[in-house]
Design a binder for this molecule. Structure first.
Ligand code: SAM
Ligand code: SF4
Length: 457
């Protein structure tokens, strides 16, 4: 006798809502989550009330991310009560960190899927429909997310994962705990993905890893004892025809070796931008953070990079209020920031993370003091960013058009700066144009198109 279709649990189908928190790595994973769901016939929606599956791809880097997730899950509860067929999935770093706690605190969550288990997503959703709540928080990545189908945000720009995890142990950072040790992707797989992307019209790739410049240290080249290096990878990707811009994030300053600088300088498609995370300007704090460089070495490396690639733009990450940071330590950070003259900086107030060495340090800096220091640092960096941008006024810059808005378009320079310029009806995102920079703010530039036939490609 055939069983009636109504009696069988329904496979996932219909509409999904995906919300992504955190860094580029999570955005990359989200393209794969969307890719898997769309390969299964689902379409994206923007309102949870219209969805059969809701996925939160979470971040654990700072504490407010935890609070946000549990708040969001609380909002979904009435929807789940009204519609028990709604499937709620928590993915990403918080899923890896909190594991079973998520379903303890929010029993209406159907699937908890950690950072290494993405290929299991559809199975877990199916099993949740049949057997109730599921969790997969395995410890190691076997299949790179990049090997899964992708629903990409952009038709002309793409993330390409070259390694997952991190072998460092910066005392503030939860990444090694939730992403595991470094695992590099074979160079052939990376190249095959970049070549495939180029064939579909992608012109800009960003190579992704927690510590991109230790790429390859955990593996050898097949048939030899040699390890592939990040510099080799940059040169190899630079050979891929039709890719016009190569970016990468994030390198660790300590591993930014001369061969990487040389490879960047010699590879015409590698953009003149690096993200070079300082974290602190105080040597005592750097030591307590377990960062393996000190401020003078950091500034020395920056000088070498700028000497080799004079037009390079530099961005950074800085943490304010690390435990034990004194007024003098903070003044050191201000001094290094003044000397380094970063084009842009991501500045964070220190947030204690469970499982990290710094999380249990006793001399946490009072909130008001952190805020005061943070505000001063932001004000200083805004001045510097504005001055760096003003120095570009009058320069001609190649832009990749990223988006159109009311009455204007936005493009990005090779140095990763956003440029607003007046709308021209025949231009669309994905095109390359040249612009003359006419104005500068701290966070963006203004420009006029250089109207030469050859400037639109
Ligand atoms: N792998 C990158 C590196 O080594 O620079 C950084 C990864 S992390 C996603 C991005 C930035 O978040 C870090 O550079 C750091 O500035 C900041 N961050 C990490 N842990 C933090 C914490 N506990 N509190 C505040 N900021 C933090
Ligand atoms: Fe975290 Fe340090 Fe690894 Fe970056 S290098 S991911 S800050 S542990």
């Amino acid at each position: 006798m055939e069983s009636s279709p109504e009696a069988m649990p329904q496979p996932p189908s219909g509409r999904y809502l995906l919300r992504t928190f955190g860094c580029q790595m999570n955005e990359h994973d989200s393209e794969r989550i969307a890719g898997l769901l769309e390969a299964d016939g689902m379409t994206p929606v923007t309102d949870a009330a219209d969805a059969q599956i809701v996925v939160f791809n979470t971040c654990a880097i700072r504490e407010n991310a935890d609070n946000k997730l549990y708040g969001n899950l609380g909002h979904l509860r009435p929807l789940k009560m009204a519609n028990p067929d709604l499937r709620i999935v928590v993915a990403g770093c918080l899923a890896q960190k909190d594991q079973g706690k998520i379903q303890e605190r929010a029993p209406w969550v159907d699937v908890v899927i950690g950072t290494h288990a993405l290929p299991e997503l559809l199975d877990l959703i199916q099993r949740a429909a049949e057997d109730g709540p599921q969790m997969d928080v395995r410890e190691y990545t076997e299949i790179f997310p990049s090997a899964l189908p992708a629903a990409r945000e952009s038709a002309f720009k793409a993330w390409v994962s070259i390694a997952v995890g991190c072998d460092n142990s910066c005392s503030f950072c939860i990444v090694p705990l939730v992403r595991g040790p470094q695992k590099s992707r074979p160079i052939g797989d990376v190249l095959a993905e970049v070549q495939g992307l180029a064939r579909t019209g992608v012109t800009e790739v960003t190579l992704l890893g927690q510590n991109v410049n230790t790429y390859g240290r955990d593996m050898t080249v097949p048939g030899s004892a040699r390890r592939p290096l990040f510099a080799d990878l940059l040169r190899a990707v630079n050979e891929v025809e039709d890719i016009r811009r190569i970016r990468f994030t994030s390198p660790h300053p300590h591993d930014f070796t001369p061969d990487v600088i040389e490879a960047m300088a010699e590879s015409s498609r590698v953009c003149e931008h690096i993200h070079f995370p300082l974290q602190s300007g105080s040597d005592a704090v750097l030591k307590a953070m377990r960062r393996s460089y000190r401020s003078q070495r950091y500034l020395g490396w920056l000088e070498q990079i700028r000497a080799a690639i004079p037009e390079i733009a530099v961005s950074t990450d800085i943490i304010v209020g690390f435990p034990g940071e004194t007024d003098e330590d903070f003044e050191e950070t201000m001094r290094v920031v003044e000397q380094a003259r970063f084009d842009a900086a991501f500045m964070f107030q220190y947030s204690p993370r469970p499982g990290t060495t710094a999380g249990t340090m006793e001399d946490q800096v009072p909130k008001e003091q952190v805020q005061q220091r943070f505000d001063r640092l932001v004000a200083l960096q805004e001045q510097i960013s504005r001055a760096c941008n003003e120095a570009l006024i009058g320069a001609r810059q190649e832009l990749l058009i990223e988006a159109g808005g009311k009455g204007g378009l936005q493009g990005r320079t090779r140095g990763n700066k956003l440029v607003h310029f007046d709308h021209a009806g025949d231009l669309t995102p994905g095109m390359f144009v040249d612009a003359r920079i006419t104005g500068a703010e701290a966070h963006y530039l203004k420009g006029d198109l250089v109207r030469e036939a050859a400037s639109v490609r």
